[in-house]
Design a protein around this ligand. Structure first.
Ligand code: ADP
Ligand code: MG
Length: 319
C-alpha cells in the first residue's frame, strides 16, 4: 500500500536531479539529490560544502591550526581542551581499536607521519624503532568531563584520516535528510552513502579494480546504505619493488601487505570508513572473522592474488 502511494506521489511531483562536486579533505566530494527546486538543492549543496570545510579545518592534521594539530603539538605536555565533537569521534575510533585488537589505531601516525607519498619517502629503520612504542591508542587519555585530551607517551601523534571522511559523509547525509531529501548520495573519495534509491531503481556502485582503476571489479545494486573502500592504490609509491602505501600496520609501522582493497558495507559511513581501514590491516582471515561478528556489516576483499572474498551474507545470495 505505502509503496504504491509513494509511487503515485512521486509521479505527480516535479523532482529533478541535481549534483555538485568539489575538492576537500584531500579528495573529490560529490553530492547528488532529487529535489523539486533548484534553489533548494543549491542551498543544501552550500550547507554540505560548508560542513566539509568546517570538519577539515578542525580535524586535518595537515592544517596547523586544526584541533587535531593543536592536540598533537601540546597533549604530551598538558591536557588540551577540545570540542565535544572531536572527543566523540576519538572515542568512536577507540571502539574500533578495541574490537580489532589495535589494527585500527589513530596513533599509527606516530610512525605514519614520517611517510611522504608525494616525495617517495618512507621512515628509515631508526625512525620506526624510535616511534613504534608510541603507537597505542591507550596512550591517548580522554577526559570527558573536562573535554580534554592528553598523551601519556612523548612521541604520540594522532591522525583521523581513517575515519574523518566517513564522519563528514554522515554529517552531510544528516543535512540532506533534514532538508527533506529522500533520494540522494554523498561521496568523499572512497566513502559513499546513499539515501533511498535513484529514480525508482537501486543505485549501482562500482568497486574499483585495485590494479586497473578505470575498471570495476564488481558492480553492486544498493539502496539506503554506506559503503567505503580502502585500497593500496590511493596514496602510494613503489621503490625497489616494494609498494609503500597509506594504510599502516600499527604492529610494524609499515604498509599493511596482505590485501589490495577492502570494501565495507554498513549503516553509517563513520563505521564503514574505519572498518575498511581496519580490515585492510587485518587481512582476509582475521578481517572476515571480525566482520562476521558485527551485525549489519559486510565486506568484499580483494587479496594479493586478485581473488575476491565476500562475507557470508554476500557470498550466499538468495539462500
Ligand atoms: P582513504 O579513503 O583516504 O584512502 P582509508 O579509509 O583507506 O582512506 O584510510 C587510510 C587512511 O587512514 C590513511 O591515509 C591514514 O590517514 C589512516 N590510517 C592508516 N593506517 C591506519 C591505522 N592502522 N589505523 C587508523 N588509521 C590509519
Ligand atoms: Mg577507511
Amino acid at each position: 500500500m505505502t509503496g504504491s502511494l509513494l509511487l503515485l506521489i512521486s509521479a505527480f511531483t516535479n523532482a529533478q536531479w541535481y549534483e555538485r562536486s568539489w575538492n576537500a579533505m584531500g579528495t573529490r566530494i560529490h553530492v547528488e539529490v532529487s529535489d523539486e527546486s533548484e534553489s533548494h538543492a543549491n542551498l543544501l549543496f552550500d550547507q554540505v560544502f560548508r560542513e566539509f570545510y568546517r570538519l577539515e579545518e578542525s580535524m586535518s592534521s595537515y592544517i596547523d591550526t586544526s584541533e587535531v594539530s593543536i592536540v598533537n603539538q601540546n597533549a604530551a605536555e598538558a591536557p588540551v581542551k577540545v570540542s565535544r565533537e572531536l572527543i566523540d569521534l576519538i572515542k568512536k575510533s577507540f571502539q574500533v581499536s578495541k574490537i580489532s585488537n589495535g589494527a585500527f589505531d589513530i596513533t599509527y601516525a606516530s610512525v605514519g607521519r614520517y611517510y611522504d607519498y608525494r616525495k617517495n619517502q618512507a621512515p628509515d629503520e631508526s625512525q620506526i624503532e624510535a616511534n613504534l612504542d608510541a603507537i597505542d591508542y591507550r596512550h591517548v587519555v580522554v577526559d570527558e568531563k573536562a573535554s580534554t585530551i592528553s598523551f601519556t607517551h612523548p612521541h604520540v601523534y594522532i591522525d583521523l584520516g581513517g575515519i574523518a571522511k566517513g564522519y563528514a559523509v554522515d554529517r552531510a547525509i544528516d543535512i540532506l535528510r533534514q532538508g527533506g531529501v529522500i533520494s540522494g548520495m554523498v561521496s568523499a573519495g572512497g566513502d559513499t552513502q546513499l539515501i533511498g534509491n535513484k529514480l525508482g531503481k537501486p543505485w549501482i556502485v562500482g568497486i574499483k579494480d585495485p590494479r586497473r582503476e578505470e575498471e570495476s571489479a564488481v558492480l553492486l545494486p544498493l539502496e539506503n546504505t554506506a559503503i567505503s573502500t580502502s585500497g593500496d592504490y590511493e596514496r602510494y609509491f613503489i621503490q625497489d619493488g616494494v609498494r609503500y602505501h597509506h594504510i599502516i600496520s600499527p604492529k610494524t609501522g609499515r604498509s599493511a601487505g596482505e590485501v589490495q582493497s577492502v570494501t565495507i558495507l554498513g549503516p553509517d559511513s563513520t563505521t564503514t570508513d574505519a572498518l575498511s581501514t581496519t580490515v585492510f590491516v587485518l587481512g582476509v582471515e582475521k578481517g572476515l572473522e571480525l566482520v562476521e561478528r558485527l551485525p549489519g556489516i559486510d565486506a568484499i576483499i580483494v587479496d594479493q592474488h586478485r581473488k575476491m572474498h565476500y562475507s557470508s551474507e554476500l557470498s550466499t545470495p538468495g539462500e
